[in-house]
Every structure is written in C-alpha cells, then in structure tokens.
Design a protein around this ligand. Sequence first.
Ligand SMILES: *Cc1c(COP(=O)(O)O)cnc(C)c1O
Length: 309
Amino acid sequence: MKRFGILSMEGVGSALRSVISRVKEATAKRSSELPKTAPRLVAVSKLKSLDYVIEAYDNGQRHFGENYVKELIEKSKDVKIQPLNDIRWHFIGHLQSNKCNNLVGVPNLFMVETVDSVKLANSLNISWGKLNKPSPLNVMIQVNTSKEESKSGCLRDQCAELVEHIITHCAHLKFSGLMTIGEMNHDWSQGPNPDFTTLVDCRKDICEKLSLSLENVELSMGMSSDFEEAILMGSTNVRVGSTIFGARQPKQASNVSSMQGSTQLTSQEANLSDASQQNVTKDGLPNLAALNTDNSTDRDSHTALNSTT
Ligand SMILES: *Cc1c(COP(=O)(O)O)cnc(C)c1O
C-alpha cells in the first residue's frame, strides 16, 4: 500500500528489507553457542517526520526508537498513529527524572533502554506505577562501556547494584537487559569493538552475581554502522536509523530547542548525529545533509543510500 508519493518514502521499504536480510545473514553466521533467534530490529526514527514511521509500519516494521521525550509524545499521539495500535516505542535517548511522568504517557511505550541511575529508576517506577498498567514497563540499563565522561550510562562496576535495585525495589519495572552505544567508527580490523565485549562481560558478571540466566538478559547493541558485528557478538536488539530512513538533518541549536525545550544536546548525541553523516560519506557518497539545509536533503541522501544498498 502506498500512502505517499514522495520519493524518499518509497525508499524506506526497500532499505528496511535490506536491513532485515542483513540481520538474518549475520544471525546465521553466529557461533554455535549463541542463540539462533534473530535480534529485534528497532527502527530509529528520531528527527524524521511521522510519515517515515508510517511508511516503515506499512512495510511491516513494529518497533521504533526515539531519543527525545517531546518528539516521541507528539509522534505517538498523532491521529495518524492512533489506529496503529500494535506499534511499539522504545525510548533510547538520555532521560531526565523530571520527564518520566511525560514519557510514560506515550501510548504503546514498550521499553526504556536508557535507565542509568537509581534516581531515574525510582522516578520511572513511580510514574509507571501511577498508571495502574497490567504489566511492568520493560527497562534496560545503559552502560557507559567506554567510560567517556561525555557519555551517559552507568559504569560497569555500578551496574549489578542498579540491576539489583530495580529487581528488588522497582515493582513496576521489568529489568530486561543492558544497552550500550559504543565507540563510533571502530576499526574492525583491530578486533571486536571493546564496548561490545564489555557489555557481554557485564551481562556475565550480573548474571553470576544475581543468579539470573543469560537468556533473560538482553543486549541492546549495534547501530547502522555496526549492527552486523554486534549481532555476531550476541546482540538481541539492534537500533538502526539512518540506513533505513536516510541521513538525518544535522542537528542545529534551533532544531534541538524545539525538540527538547531548553535542554542542551549532550556531546554523545552530537556524536551520534556526526556518525550518521559519516555513514553516508564513508560509502563514497556525497554528504548531502551537510551541503543542503532545505527539506530536499533527506530525500536526496536517502535515494543515494538506496541506490547502493
Ligand atoms: C540515533 C541513534 C541510533 C541510530 O543511529 P544510526 O547510526 O542512524 O543507525 C541508535 N541508538 C541510539 C541510542 C541513537 O541515539
């Protein structure tokens, strides 16, 4: 079904199918100790209009990731999204405790992947509890595997304690796994991404310390530039944005302030936006997003991406 005649939208379906087949191929190449089940694909639609989400939905995608509370609320409550009641939203951005009440109001919120402190876990627990939902909210703990100060996430040594806190004190949350963003532009010829290795080891620690079984603790790792490697290392949840939807507009101060009120971009988020631009140029394609500032940018760069994938 085609709801939109715009070129950029038509590219979403084929880009999505290409990512899905790459996910399957990578899963098939896993070593025999790892599960044969393909990871969940989360299509990261941040900074993309709702029409992109609907186009991916029409092509069978159900899990979507968003980074900004305000943007997620607007998208999830839009009249065009309301009928799509099996959509599943993942919050994957930096979350402030005072935004929890707003976030939990998102219809079909499936998972918050970025809990990184006891304070945040407690706020989210209280916010979700107030809604009297039939089931707890799925949460992952974001781990700052590279220990860079600019990045969000709890440190590996604090992780077990935070998991234990959630399991014992947050009845309205379900601890589902660990998430990392990982080093951008890792050179794979130098071996596996140390961030992914750390996340795998961190899960092992936690499972031993808290007597959990590995199968019950997910690993959210892998983005456009590295989801296949992450799958080979056991990722159960990959978050892919620009390879499905095309390059995002570079973030500008005005752009961000309209998304997030007065909140500043963290340098982590700035890195992510850089990385998605680099993905395009790395493939030898012109970095159109950097050259253009008008709305045709997404269309052009998306078409360029699709013609090679
Ligand atoms: C933006 C973002 C992604 C997707 O990045 P791409 O490189 O566009 O695939 C994944 N995870 C997080 C946390 C993000 O912020």
